[in-house]
Design a protein around this ligand. Structure first.
Ligand code: SAM
Length: 207
């Protein structure tokens, strides 16, 4: 955008207003002024899965955010766990990646990204009726039928070192937690997260 010149046509989008064609009037590091000319797309509801994932190394997390946006994720919660080895310092950088991925794949909505304090705080803040689907390498239900039977669950993936025993106890004690298996191999966190998002899309296909 900073390379654009006044007079150039630009396309702007957000979930509430849809996509618009406009002309750039003024551009600086502080902001841009655009005259809107025509609506290209009406706003649409873009339902998607809610993902909670323990922070992983920056390059893998960047990649996960980009791919999750392409796969239609509605929210990404970053939830530090006992065995998380990294804390994402640059949530603004992840937001920029999410915006770029939304532009690239033609989404109107950019998923919400939030960094939570830790797993107990995240679980405590989940409204009681929310079903939590935990990807558990120790075993669980087959993922596709489990997701097909649920409406709007939160999908939780652990860190590279897996969940600590006390975290496992915590989520298992919570009513409405379901453990799912993603097969016999131990997947990296980002693979497990994308597996869940693809399974959610297959279980509840949209248009
Ligand atoms: N605890 C493991 C270890 O160190 O051997 C590895 C954890 S795995 C790299 C990271 C996360 O991906 C897990 O906490 C889990 O949420 C998810 N995951 C990986 N493989 C899985 C599988 N086969 N089924 C379900 N979840 C899986």
């Amino acid at each position: 955008m900073l390379r654009a010149r006044p007079g150039e046509k630009v396309r702007l989008f957000n979930a509430a207003d849809g996509e618009w064609l406009g002309s750039l009037v003024r551009l600086s590091r502080q902001g841009a002024e655009v005259v809107l000319e025509a609506r290209l797309r009406d706003p649409v509801v873009e339902p998607g899965a809610r993902l909670a994932v323990a922070p992983i190394r920056a390059n893998r997390l960047d990649w996960l955010v980009e791919k999750a946006v392409e796969l239609g994720v509605a929210e990404i919660a970053l939830v530090p766990t006992r065995r998380s080895v990294v804390r994402p310092e640059r949530i603004d950088r992840l937001r920029a990646i999410a915006i770029e991925a939304a532009e690239q794949c033609g989404r109107l909505s950019v998923p919400a990204l939030a960094l939570h304090a830790d797993l107990p705080a995240f679980l405590a803040a989940l409204p009681a009726p929310t079903t939590l689907v935990v990807a558990d390498e120790a075993g669980g239900e087959p993922v596709l039928p489990a997701l097909a039977a649920l409406s709007d669950p939160v999908l939780l993936v652990g860190p590279e070192g897996g969940f600590a025993p006390e975290e496992r106890e915590l989520f298992l004690a919570r009513p409405g937690t379901r453990r799912v298996s993603l097969g016999p191999r131990v997947l990296r966190s980002e693979t497990a997260a994308l597996f869940l998002l693809v399974a959610a899309a297959l279980a509840r296909p949209l248009a």
